[in-house]
Design a protein around this ligand. Structure first.
Ligand code: UDP
Length: 328
């Protein structure tokens, strides 16, 4: 719902959002929360949609251009009376009346965002501006996401795009009184990850299932912290529903080297595969581990699923999609 801003000194001359139809608040109106999810056909987005749809009072509208997302991820909702799917590119303006916006649209895999860096930064900057413009016009609460930093590197279209997006969020919040929530999403894994998009967990699982060597990029001692997607979605919803603007880190602080990850995947999925060392890209961050103190204290949220429990949950989905039946 459009609500009063809890902090920030915004410009009081900002125009108030239009009043929603009185029907929205009537006793027998079917839905009392209309939620827009940009990038809702993507990996995290579609899991978020599943969770939001569990609540009968929610109506969910997904906007996606299918650059990295897929309708397949949403097939169980297509035709559902509380669900709408719109093919739309967030770099183009959009006007629809909604109460909340989860702005998740952006390629997150280095392979995809490096493939079209201009589109990536446009999605972050123009896409975020469009969604903030929409939030301003309809009075919605908006949540966006972030992604360390060199302004001219090949990862910059993503990293700097996320930084500008955060600046835009806070400027709209202060100047126009828009309610905002900012999540900094750390590495996330789970079913429906794109199989061939080059992320490490999806690569290793697909390789293990296909019986191919697990390709650890040198030196293999670099670390990442992996959050299972259901934990991520719960964290995002907690943030949206709470009173803190963020930015707040949402991720799993359990830190693993890429060699450790490969060893875990090998042991859990296919003990017969080899682990090989391959070349890395020069811009690869050496360590990543979220400090989730704020999420714990302010949102009462912390991840529950350990890596060794989450990996097998992903295996079944990957086996189905790869057409390689299970061990038993
Ligand atoms: N990586 C790897 N093998 C692969 C793909 C990635 O060892 O087949 C490494 C990569 O060098 C990086 C880490 O895994 O250190 C995470 O890479 P990913 O692209 O999944 O995510 P990001 O770099 O965005 O955290």
């Amino acid at each position: 719902m459009a609500q009063e801003v809890s902090n920030g000194n915004h410009n009081s001359s900002a125009k108030p959002p239009p009043t929603p139809s009185p029907l929205r608040f009537s006793k027998f109106f079917q839905s009392n929360m209309r939620i827009l999810v940009t990038g809702g056909a993507g990996f995290i987005g579609s899991h978020l949609v599943d969770k939001l749809m569990e609540n009968e009072k929610n109506e969910v509208i997904v906007v996606d251009n299918y650059f990295t997302g897929s309708k397949d991820n949403l097939k169980k909702w297509i035709g559902h009376p509380r669900f709408e799917l719109i093919r739309h590119d967030v770099t183009e303006p959009l006007l629809i009346e909604v109460d909340q916006i989860y702005h998740l649209a952006c390629p997150a895999s280095p392979i995809f965002y490096k493939y079209n860096p201009v589109k990536t930064i446009k999605t972050n900057v123009i896409g975020t501006l469009n969604m903030l413009g929409l939030a301003k016009r309809v009075g919605a609460r908006k949540k966006a996401t972030w992604g360390n930093v060199n302004p001219i590197g090949v990862r910059s279209c993503y990293d700097e795009g996320k930084r500008v997006a955060e600046t835009l969020m806070f400027d709209y919040h202060r100047q126009h009184g828009i309610e905002i929530r900012i999540a900094r999403i750390f590495n996330t894994y789970g079913p429906r990850m794109n199989i061939d998009d080059g992320r490490v967990v999806s690569n290793f699982i697909a390789q293990a299932i296909r019986g191919e060597p697990l390709t650890v990029q040198a030196p293999g001692t670099q670390t990442r912290s992996f959050c299972y997607v259901s934990d991520m979605v719960n964290g995002l919803i907690r943030l949206m529903e709470g009173e803190n603007t963020g930015p707040i880190n949402i991720g799993n602080p359990g830190e693993f080297t890429m060699l450790e990850l490969a060893e875990n995947v090998k042991e859990l999925i296919n003990p017969n595969v080899e682990i090989v060392m391959v070349e890395n890209t020069p811009d690869d961050p050496r360590q990543r581990k979220p400090d989730i103190t704020k999420a714990k204290e302010l949102l009462g949220w912390e991840p529950k699923i350990k890596l060794r429990d989450g990996l097998p949950l992903m295996e079944e989905d990957f086996r189905l999609r790869l057409g390689v039946p299970g061990k038993n």
